[in-house]
Ligand binder design. Structure first.
Ligand code: ZN
Length: 135
């Protein structure tokens, strides 16, 4: 099984910075050099990498995504959360990270974000090391 951590979300649509949890997972996995897959096993929440310095960036991201995929648009899916399913496919369910000396190689302004589109809920995040350097 992959390493797992959980994230509680608080709104219907929200982006939560999970970089600290990913760093902790790398330490717990004992990964020093290699690569990491961060995977979100849900159909109404995804994961992406985005700027973590200015919170207006994720605000604008969610605002524009809501224009591309309106909450109501004559969808057929009876559960009423088609917009969440569509947004999840747009952002994707996984990201890859490179790891050196036990640290993820991220750009200065990059953070890893869980993207909630049908909250509030508790979401799972799976982390699996790939490649060399796994102790
Ligand atoms: Zn659904």
């Amino acid at each position: 099984m992959p390493h797992e951590f959980r994230v509680s979300t608080h709104r219907r649509c929200e982006m939560i910075d999970i970089t600290t949890s990913v760093r902790r997972a790398i330490a717990e996995l004992g990964l020093s050099e290699g690569a990491l897959v961060v995977f979100v096993p849900h159909t109404t929440a995804g994961v992406t990498i985005q700027e973590n310095a200015d919170p207006d960036v994720v605000h604008d991201f969610l605002m524009e995504l809501a224009k591309i995929v309106p909450f109501e648009d004559g969808y057929r899916h009876a559960e009423g959360n088609s917009a969440a399913h569509l947004k999840t496919s747009l952002v994707g369910s996984s990201v890859h990270l490179l790891v050196e000396r036990g640290e993820p190689l991220l750009g200065t302004w990059q953070g890893v974000y869980l993207c909630e589109f049908d909250g509030p809920r508790t979401r799972k995040v799976w982390v699996k090391a790939v490649g060399s350097g796994v102790v």
